[in-house]
Design a protein around this ligand. Structure first.
Ligand SMILES: Nc1ncnc2c1ncn2[C@@H]1O[C@H](COP(=O)(O)OP(=O)(O)OP(=O)(O)O)[C@@H](O)[C@H]1O
Ligand SMILES: [Mg+2]
Length: 472
């Protein structure tokens, strides 16, 4: 008893001598005697007003008054959580049987041996405290589980339900409860596809089923199910099933996905509009401005025939020539004609030659990829163009290559340089750039990918597009 709290005892005994003996012996052993009553009613009245005081009652069976010890103990058991030890002067089996009707009790026979008394009371108090702790932790456990959002069910090893929290009760009210929870859940939610869950759990300890449909009597809900075994010394004692309603998460994911699709469509549309505008402006510049400039040049040539001193006209003529070249360049920068009239090979070849004025660019093609949809051709061309612009702007390279190949129904465009590589922007504020993002977008719209690999020896941009070549 040294480090434990003293047990709180009530004695119900109508023989004063016996009551005194019990009190002194137990007090000496360190117990706290709350009170001594000589009849059952007084004891019950006390408990009514002080329900949490006593842990154990030493109860004489043969009591004076309306209630004997057994009746008093029954009343105590109905309303209170208190251990009872009977004291009996008789060895009559009938009395013992009567006392044991609902709960087995401990008996001490008079004359009581003091050591036996102390030991029995000590054991009684301990067992009372243990079962109280157990009941309390069960209450804690179930209250906690009742307050969490997922449905928790525990079963024995063959699947019979042992515990359900509030949510689980809501999902499976008694009338709809599957006999074998585990089996029912897994089989009914995998569209007949049977999972040997016992084997999976044996191997991994748990099984996680994501995004399955839980069929409830009144509705279906998307859930994640976690199934884990409860084991002791490597023996499976049962299972715990954790069912989490993911309707909200799924709705959010669906909304995000929808939003992403809309954004992608919007960006694809913008790109198409931008390209159409470029075509229109490039043509207008080329055709209309070009025509006017051509007429201007013809008029200057005619004037030169009529006027003797041509010096100023020659100047005008060379300005007109420069203008024609500039107009062609602006038009071509906006939308090179070859992109509309030529194949992708011709367009990339033209592009490499254009850039070769600033940096040697070689173009290789391992396969004749001729018939591409116009928009795919434009996207491949624009990716190559942006990559080459980046090389000129950032790489300090002395060489660049463009390769185009078609393999296993995949078009691959690779642009390499031997420059300094992409540098980390050591903590500086990130510049808002569009080039790489635009290239990635162009690859994505064809369900392709764009990867950039860079080192101190240069950078490689690889864009791949799934593609099925057709005859038209
Ligand atoms: N070939 C390359 N070699 C070295 N660095 C590169 C190369 N390509 C891209 N980079 C780096 O990657 C960054 C992002 O490129 P991105 O094309 O997105 O932007 P930008 O060229 O700076 O601007 P813009 O939006 O006009 O294209 C560049 O700022 C540059 O630092
Ligand atoms: Mg760029």
């Amino acid at each position: 008893m040294s480090e434990e709290r003293p047990g709180k005892i009530i004695i119900v005994e109508d023989e004063p001598f016996q009551a005194r003996f019990l009190t002194l012996t137990l007090k000496k052993a360190g117990f706290e005697i709350i009170d001594v009553f000589d009849n059952g009613k007084a004891n019950l009245d006390y408990l009514k007003n002080n329900p949490h005081d006593a842990e154990l009652i030493l109860m004489d069976i043969m009591l004076k008054g309306a209630l004997d010890g057994i009746e008093t103990a029954e009343a105590v058991k109905t309303n209170h959580d208190i251990q009872v030890i009977f004291l009996s002067g008789l060895t009559d089996d009938d009395v013992i049987d009567r006392a044991n009707v609902s709960t087995p009790h401990t008996f001490l026979f008079k004359p009581v041996d003091p050591r036996q008394l102390v030991t029995s009371v000590l054991m009684g108090v301990r067992s009372h405290r243990l079962s109280k702790d157990l009941r309390e932790s069960r209450t804690w456990f179930s209250r906690t589980l009742d307050n969490i959002q997922s449905a928790i069910i525990t079963t024995d090893r063959v699947g019979n339900i042992i515990f359900r929290n509030k949510k689980a009760l809501e999902y499976f009210p008694d009338f709809g409860l599957p006999q074998n929870m585990v089996e029912e859940l897994l089989v009914s939610n995998r569209e007949g596809q049977k999972i040997n869950y016992r084997e999976v759990i044996k191997l991994k300890g748990s099984l996680n089923l994501e995004s399955v449909i839980l069929q409830l009597p009144d509705r279906n809900i998307p859930v994640d199910i976690l199934l884990a075994s409860i084991t002791r010394n490597e023996r499976i004692l049962g299972y715990v099933i954790d069912i989490i309603d993911i309707s909200e998460k799924k709705a959010q994911q669906d909304a995000i996905q929808k939003y992403q699709i809309q954004l992608q469509e919007f960006s694809d549309n913008l790109r198409n509009i931008q390209e159409r505008e470029r075509i229109k402006i490039a043509r207008e510049i080329h055709d209309e401005l070009g025509q006017y400039l051509a007429r201007l040049k013809i008029d200057i040539s005619r004037l030169k025939l009529d006027i003797e001193d041509n010096t100023r006209l020659n100047d005008l003529e060379s300005i007109a020539d420069t203008l024609v070249k500039r107009v062609r360049k602006v038009s071509s920068d906006l939308r090179p004609k070859i992109l509309d009239d030529g194949t992708i090979l011709e367009a990339l070849d033209w592009l490499s030659k254009e850039f070769s004025q600033s940096l040697p660019v070689s173009f290789f093609c391992t396969e004749e990829v001729l018939h591409l949809p116009q928009e795919l051709k434009t996207d491949i061309f624009r990716i190559a163009q942006e990559s080459l612009s980046n090389i000129l702007k950032h790489a300090r390279a002395t060489l660049a290559t463009i390769e185009l190949s078609l393999d296993d129904n995949t078009i691959e465009l690779v642009i390499r340089d031997n420059g300094i590589g992409v540098k980390k922007n050591n903590g500086q504020k990130k510049k808002k750039t569009m080039g790489v993002m635009g290239m990635k977008e162009r690859a994505r719209r064809w369900k392709g990918q764009l990867n950039i690999v860079s080192s101190d020896n240069g950078t490689t941009v690889t864009a791949s597009f799934p593609f099925q070549e057709t005859d038209n």
